[in-house]
Design a protein around this ligand. Sequence first.
Ligand code: ADP
Ligand code: MG
Ligand code: MG
Length: 335
Amino acid sequence: SSRPHSMSLMSQCGEEQVAGEYSKHYVTLKQIGKGAYGCVKMAYRRSDRLLAVAKFILKEKVGAQFWVDGPDGRKVPLELSLLMTLKHPNIVSVIDMYENDKYFQMVMEKHGAGMDLFEFIERRPRLDEPLLSYIFRQIGQAVEYLHSLNILHRDIKDENVIIDNKFHVKLIDFGSATFMSKDTLFSTFYGTTEYCSPEVLAGNKYAGPELEMWSMGITLYVLTFFVNPFSDIEDTIQGPLSFPQIVSDDLEHLLRWMLCKEPSQRCTVPQLMSHAWIRQPVNISHYIFHEIVDCDRHEANPEMYFSGSLSPRSGSPVSLALDPLVKERSNPSEV
Ligand code: ADP
Ligand code: MG
Ligand code: MG
C-alpha cells in the first residue's frame, strides 16, 4: 500500500538540498522510510555524531500564505517557524535550521527509530484499548496545546505521528498548519482528503477545531481497526459509520461522537480530553514494544549516536487484501 500525499514537498530533491552551511555541520544519510516523500533524510551532527532527521523544504513549493517573518527579519516557512517556537512533549522539536538558495534545511530530533503510525499500523500491532487510549491521548494533548495557541495543524493522520519504543508519540509535519481566529472562516482545505470532514468535502467553510476533530476521529478509527472508515468522498459525506469489530461501549461512543457528520454536534477537544475512554487508567510499564509490534533489534532499541553503520530496516510488511477500505498513504491536497 502507498501513502496518501501531502501536496507540499514531493519530488525535486537532488544534491542541491544539502548544499551550504548545513553540510558543514551535518552528514546526510539515507532517506527515511520507503521514500514516498523525497525530502526527509537521516543525518548526523559532525561535532558529536548525534543522529537527527533533516527535512528539506523546497522554497518554491511553499505557498504564498505559508511564509512568515523569521527571527532576523527574513521570511521563513510557517512550518519551520512554528516548530522552532512550539514546545510540548508530544510535538517534535527542531534542533537547527539552515537555508540555501533553494531549500530550507530543518533538522529535527530523531524520536525513536523513526517509525510513524502508518508503518506501526501496517505491522498489525497487538493493541488493547488501554494501550490504544494511551497512544491516542497524547495526540489529543498535542492538539489541545496547539488550539490553546490558536494553531490548527490541519493534517493530522497516522503518518504525521511518530512513535518510540515507550509508546511515546509526537506530532510532526506542520506544512499545512495555520493560525485561526474567532471570526475568520477558512475556505480552502490543505490536508489529506481521506481525513477531511464531510462538511468541508461538501464545500462549506470551516472554523478549524471541528475539522481537526474529524481527522483525529479518522486517526483513532484507523488505529482501532486498521482500515479506513469511509471508502471515498461520497461515502464520507453520506455513508454510515460501521464497526468491523466489537469494541467497548466507551470507544464506540467516542468514535461516533468524533465522526459525527454534523459539525455542531461533533465532540470538541475539551470533551475529548475528559471522555471516560481517554481518561481510563493504563499501566504503560506492562507493555513491551517488541511484543506489541514486530520489529528488528534497531527498532526495539534505536541508537542515539551514529556508529558508522545503521542496521537495515526489517522486511517489508505483508501486502494488504483487495479491500476498498484498505489504507493507503495519501498526500494533502487543496479542496
Ligand atoms: P511531508 O510534509 O512530505 O509529509 P513529513 O514531515 O510528514 O513530510 O515527513 C515525512 C515522513 O518522514 C513522516 O511521515 C515520517 O515517517 C518521517 N519523519 C519526518 N520527521 C521525522 C522525525 N522527526 N523523526 C522520525 N521520522 C520522521
Ligand atoms: Mg507528512
Ligand atoms: Mg507536509
